[in-house]
Unconditional design. Structure first.
Length: 160
């Protein structure tokens, strides 16, 4: 080939260059790290971990929920949830009651202390989302949340 003739593009040059941001797994992982870091710091002020906050939300939203229902919703083993429920009970945040349809099961309800703690922690949870995604408007953050839920097949409902 003479020096003045153009060289054919190699296979590497012909392939579009991809960067990590082109892959959802990378972006989701980075987002998760940013959100989790801020969320944990804010929940620590209330003596909560992300899982305990989530369990309190689920119990408040579904009074009478059983531990086996929590296991299904959270994709956790029963042994993990039982210990968590005991911890929440010992802190006076959650109480058990007879389940109306299943005499072998206990329904869970928030105690007044649990209601108060959750009410105090919720604004911090919302702030953690906004802090983790400072370049998004509230409307964009809401859209992102809705799209992630849709992609995961989670029941959609309007953001609060």
């Amino acid at each position: 080939m003479a020096p003045s003739e153009p060289r054919p593009a190699s296979a590497v040059e012909a392939t579009p260059t991809r960067v990590p941001e082109d892959f959802l797994g990378y972006v989701v992982r980075r987002s998760s790290m940013a959100i989790t870091e801020r969320f944990q710091a804010r929940m620590q002020r209330h003596g909560l971990r992300p899982l305990t906050f989530t369990v309190l939300l689920l119990i408040r939203g579904q009074p009478g929920i059983t531990s086996s229902q929590l296991c299904s919703l959270l994709d956790l083993q029963s042994s993990n949830v039982v210990g968590l429920i005991r911890e929440l009970e010992s802190r006076g945040l959650v109480g058990r009651q007879d389940h109306p349809q299943d005499r072998r099961a206990w329904g869970l309800r928030l105690q007044p202390e649990g209601e108060e703690l959750l009410a105090a922690a919720e604004p911090d949870a919302c702030a953690a989302d906004a802090e983790a995604m400072p370049h998004l408007t509230p409307a964009e953050l809401s859209t992102l949340r809705q799209l992630m839920c849709k992609g995961l097949g989670l029941a959609g409902r309007p953001a609060p």
